[in-house]
Design a protein around this ligand. Structure first.
Ligand code: UDX
Ligand code: ADP
Length: 461
């Protein structure tokens, strides 16, 4: 039996669901795509006529949304209705690391997924293809299937795993020209229905189909490998600082080996984002649950290295500022976990700032896209100090020159392009002397900064 997909529903209008389904709607004008979310503020923001106010900042997303929204792309809070009407349902809800009970700090919290499955089972009156889009622990599909089959109204559900490989900041190009699309499943017709959607703009040779478990595990493995490259080069960056080697030169030299390749070798203050840490923790948890302790320890080390990199960056600031930052103003340029996104999840800025605040530093933050409330929410979430103390010790500026004024040091924590073009001479004139720059992204030009009189530190040099 072949499936004809006329209506798609996506549950979850976040960083994955929003851009992914906007692109699907854009590329398939004859399919009606409805993205639903329980968060009514988020849905209102997606429906905002002012495209600069979309809840996700992603280059090129506004143009895609403008073209498709109201034509065949809709954003709604009516979850049940969208489920009932859809032939295919994507689940793109968040799966954070559990912060309670068994597997706390390690396992993925599947409560949002389970709620979705129960709601689908309750509402559906016709056969549905259910697609896992969120990053999930291996064998989640089995849990989904069990809930759907045992609580449903006797309709048939076909579960597919279709992991998302987009990277934030380049999501639209990643979605329009993916390296590959991966679809795992058991029912050949259901798989074919999803293949047919992607095949409208992706070469069929790039659409891989596998069994469910391979697809689920491939997503965790891809992120673990990528994160491992960052931790590997970051480990070498510390050695470079001791030996006089330059980590960019090392990265270039090894990256030209075609077996290694040049990507994901940029040393940094540590990786952030919603996926890397969560997925590795999950991999470690799964390995331990099968008693594979060597496998678990191996991947765990990628996280340990990342924690170390953030901490040693902050420690270097303290040491260099004569072993105390108490009462000193430190400007933090960049709060997002990478450039071209307003997402801050697991951003190194949060941890570096918190660490410096423990040493009684006064932090002044500037980020081109992250809103003030988000910055305070990230800090408050750590629970290190009271809400009032966080506001007293950290200020958010809308002007980078104000953030840097009278600072003892500037820490560059996100690689936003605009930082390169600032009037660094003007910044220098308004800073305390000596004027330190700690570049956690190796973004600025050492020669230029030194010629202006800055004392410049970069990771891995
Ligand atoms: C990642 C995966 O790339 C993507 O395929 C998956 O779907 C989700 O997780 P994302 O988290 O959006 O995407 O960003 P990514 O570009 O992978 O960067 C993750 C972190 O690593 C960022 O903090 C980034 O600054 C850092 N990074 C990346 C480095 O420090 N050095 C590098 O060379 C590359
Ligand atoms: P991701 O990066 O995976 O997209 P986000 O946190 O940005 O994660 O987005 C997930 C979205 O899913 C949130 O906006 C959240 O409100 C939504 N969500 C979670 N559970 C449900 C649910 N049961 N029904 C509808 N939406 C949900």
């Amino acid at each position: 039996m072949s499936f004809e997909v006329k209506k798609i529903c996506c549950i979850g209008a976040g960083y994955v669901g929003g851009p992914t389904m906007s692109v699907v709607a854009h590329q398939c004008p004859d399919i009606e795509v409805t993205i639903v979310d329980v968060n009514s503020d988020r849905i209102a923001a997606w429906n905002n006529p002012d495209l600069s106010q979309l809840p996700v900042y992603e280059p090129g997303l506004d143009i895609i949304v403008e073209e498709a929204r109201g034509r065949n792309l809709f954003f709604s809070t009516d979850v049940s209705r969208a489920i009932a009407e859809a032939d295919m349902i994507f689940i793109s809800v968040n799966t954070p690391t559990k912060n309670y009970g068994k597997g706390k700090g390690m396992a993925a919290d599947l409560k949002f997924i389970e709620l979705c499955a129960r709601q689908i089972a309750e509402v559906a009156t016709s056969d549905k293809i259910v697609v896992e889009k969120s990053t999930l622990p291996v064998r989640t599909a089995a849990a989904l299937k069990s809930i759907l089959d045992n609580t449903g109204n006797g309709v048939n559900f076909h579960i597919l795993s279709n992991p998302e490989f987009l990277a934030e900041g380049t999501a639209i190009t990643d979605l329009l020209s993916p390296d590959r699309v991966l679809i795992g499943g058991e029912n050949a017709d259901a798989i074919e229905a999803l293949v047919n959607i992607y095949a409208r703009w992706v070469d069929r040779a790039k659409i891989l189909t596998t069994n469910l478990w391979s697809s689920e595990l491939s997503k965790l493995t891809a992120n673990a490998f990528l994160a491992q490259r960052v931790s590997s080069i970051n480990a070498i960056s510390e050695l470079c600082e001791k030996t006089g080697a330059n980590v960019d030169e090392v990265a270039k030299a090894i990256g030209m080996d075609s077996r290694i390749g040049p990507k994901f070798l940029k040393a940094s203050v540590g990786f952030g984002g919603s996926c890397f840490q969560k997925d590795i923790l999950n991999l470690v948890y799964i390995a331990r649950s099968y008693n594979l302790h060597e496998v678990a320890d191996y991947w765990d080390q990628v996280i340990i290295m990342n924690e170390h990199q953030k901490r040693r960056f902050a420690d270097n600031i303290i040491q260099t500022l004569y072993n105390t930052v108490s009462g000193k103003k430190i400007a933090v340029l960049g709060w997002a976990f990478k450039k071209d996104t307003n997402d801050t999840r697991e951003s190194a800025s949060i941890y570096v700032s918190d660490y410096l605040m423990n040493e009684q530093a006064q932090i002044a933050v500037y980020d081109p896209k992250v809103v003030t409330e988000r910055i305070y929410a990230d800090l408050d979430y750590l629970n290190t100090r009271s809400v009032d103390e966080n506001r007293a010790q950290l200020e958010v500026w809308k002007d980078p020159y104000e953030a840097c004024k009278d600072a003892h040091a500037i820490a560059i924590l996100t690689e936003w392009d605009e930082f390169k073009d600032y009037d660094w001479e003007r910044i220098k004139e308004n800073m305390k002397r000596p004027s330190f720059v700690f570049d956690g992204r190796k973004l600025l030009d050492r020669q230029k900064l030194e010629s202006l009189g800055f004392t410049y530190y970069a990771i891995g040099e």
